[in-house]
Design a binder for this molecule. Sequence first.
Ligand SMILES: Cc1cc2nc3c(=O)[nH]c(=O)nc-3n(C[C@H](O)[C@H](O)[C@H](O)COP(=O)(O)OP(=O)(O)OC[C@H]3O[C@@H](n4cnc5c(N)ncnc54)[C@H](O)[C@@H]3O)c2cc1C
Length: 423
Amino acid sequence: MAARDKVDDTHEPTAAAARGAFEAHEVEMADKQAHTPLPEQVDIAVIGGGAVGLAAAIALSRQGWDVALVGPPAGRRDGRTVALMEGSLRILDDLGVWSALAPIASPLATLTIIDDTGGLFRAPPVSFHAGELGLDAFGQNIEVASLTEALSDAADRRPGLTRVDALATRVSLGADGGEVTLATGGTLRASLLVGAEGRESLVRDAAGIDARRWSYPQTALTAILAHDRPHHDASTEFHTRQGPFTLVPMQENRSSLVWLVEPARAEQLAALDDEDFAAVVERQAQSMLGRMRVDGPRGAVPMSGLSVSRFTGERCAVIGEAAHVFPPIGAQGLNLGFRDVAALAKATGPVGSDPGAAARLASFDRARRLDVATRTAAVDALNRSLLAGFLPVDMARGLGLMALLAIGPLRRFAMRQGLGLNA
Ligand SMILES: Cc1cc2nc3c(=O)[nH]c(=O)nc-3n(C[C@H](O)[C@H](O)[C@H](O)COP(=O)(O)OP(=O)(O)OC[C@H]3O[C@@H](n4cnc5c(N)ncnc54)[C@H](O)[C@@H]3O)c2cc1C
């Protein structure tokens, strides 16, 4: 999929049209569910209807398994975007979802890292160009709400996939399968339960999977900004002493912002009106995109991390943020979640014998350990190295960036790693 579809403005939905479509979809879903009886037993029950759970439910049902997806539909548009790398786009394409998203996504052709720590040892800016890998773009930036909407539509159309619009309140696991109790009443049994319910995972807890949690003295501020100058499909990550400040290209001279700052500063910035906030962002971006104005909802997310001791338990597996959480640096989280989905679909295989058999789960666990551990460690180390403000640490980070600048094969290896193409 090297050549991505070009942007087609005539297909871009307005925010109002998108909201209208979302509401109409909710009514249609409620109507459909009122007429769809709850199955008592399925092959696989996926819990959690975020992007990862939706993708997993579609992928597993495409293998021929009888699947139920348990969880309320995704929330309203919050203006957050995700950068999805080439590996994830291939997965979405395989799931038949990419064609609906291509017209509203924005390509990431160049990724630039600028050391803005003000430290004594500062590396020069480093840029990575997709062309060096023979690609038009490393990936595409897309609003999370548009992504979940497209996945949700595909899930609704999928034969063999039942949507259950309810929270799970209890999960139990045994040698023969798992059971989910629903907030709306009733239970559902499955040979395999997949926990995709985010960081507070009932499946993970029921399986007794240890989760290590930690927090960072940072809050991520998010916003969409319109600007006077074009971004030329380039994403820029300024590494500041409080964390990365990243602008990711969107359509029509707009960019999405993810800015990690100390919680107290985040509170001050969040309290600014849109005009003052845009002026601060413009200054922080060294005015490289010209005058800026806020063009969508703003958000704030406290930064934390989570890693699990194993990805499976008896008759269950955990994927997405049920299994790994780390700060949004280098666009890794959801990309990793989609690779969980691909690995789970491969481990469970096409329909035939038991999807929750211990050997299949062991193969999924083995497949995910290294990828998840290395991404979690790399993001954590980079983030902490910025916060440390310690010369030897700055030097190590700076030398790493300079090596990437100078050594072509190393840079290309790092780019392929970032895209998830080596995973
Ligand atoms: C500011 C920010 C920017 C980011 N940018 C990027 C990026 O550019 N690229 C990237 O790859 N990643 C990015 N990420 C990470 C990415 O957003 C997450 O990895 C991804 O959203 C996780 O998806 P998920 O489906 O695993 O979890 P969630 O999105 O949390 O979905 C979990 C779902 O489960 C449901 N649920 C919860 N409990 C229950 C229950 N008991 N029963 C049923 N359902 C339940 C919830 O309602 C929700 O719908 C970013 C994260 C942040 C915070």
